[in-house]
Structure formats: C-alpha cells, structure tokens
Ligand binder design. Sequence first.
Ligand code: HEC
Length: 98
Amino acid sequence: MPPLPPRAALPLIAAQLLIATAAVADDERGAALFDNHCTGCHHPALLERRLRHVRDVDSLRYFVDRWAREIDIDWARGERADVVDYLNRRYYRFTLKP
Ligand code: HEC
C-alpha cells in the first residue's frame, strides 16, 4: 500500500492561495467587469486607439460613471473604482490620488 499524500498540508496551501488571490482580486474584478459589460464596444484592439479623450483620473472616473449609467448597470462604488483602477493601470497610467 503506497503512503497517503500529505493531506495535512492542504489547508495551508489553500490559505496561501486565498491570500495571493485577494491581492490581485480587485484588479481581476475590474478586468472582469469591464470585459463583461464594456468590451462589446470597447474591443481591446479598438480600446488602445479610442480611449484618448480622458485627460486625468477625474475624467476617467466621469466616463466610467457615465457609461455605467448609460448601459444601465448597477455597479457598487467599489466595483466602479475597480474598473477605473483597471483601466488606469492598463491604458492610462495616471498617478492615482488617494
Ligand atoms: C454602446 C457602446 C459602448 C459601450 C457599451 C460602452 N462604451 Fe465606453 N465609449 C463608447 C464610445 C462611442 C466612446 C467615445 C466617447 C464618448 O463617450 O462619447 C466611449 C468612451 C469611453 C471612455 C472614454 C475614453 C477616452 O479616453 O476617450 C471610457 C473611459 C469608457 N468609454 C468606458 C466605458 C465603460 C467602463 C463601459 C462599460 C460600463 C463602456 N465604456 C461601455 C462606447 C461604448
């Protein structure tokens, strides 16, 4: 009979995975929200060219707000902030005010 796998280590590994996931969760949530709701029009290839009117974080926030309202999705404030963060990190790279 072969020895059993070290199951005692599993909860520890799971806990570490959870911690690692939490660190990237916000960015992933922003990406997922944007992918789900916005890429119908903002196809990634178009995005690079089209997203050019935004001049600073405030106008980015304004556009994300406006578009969320426009297509009638009910994002919580945190979710909207995640989308703003995601778009900023990925495309605009403004320095974020706290
Ligand atoms: C029906 C198509 C459509 C959908 C859906 C859509 N957008 Fe847009 N978006 C546009 C168009 C067209 C513009 C060009 C400028 C404007 O808003 O008038 C734009 C502009 C923007 C801009 C400003 C880009 C820049 O730098 O000029 C942002 C940011 C943006 N959209 C975010 C979003 C987000 C976030 C969502 C999802 C909630 C979304 N959009 C969904 C069509 C769309």
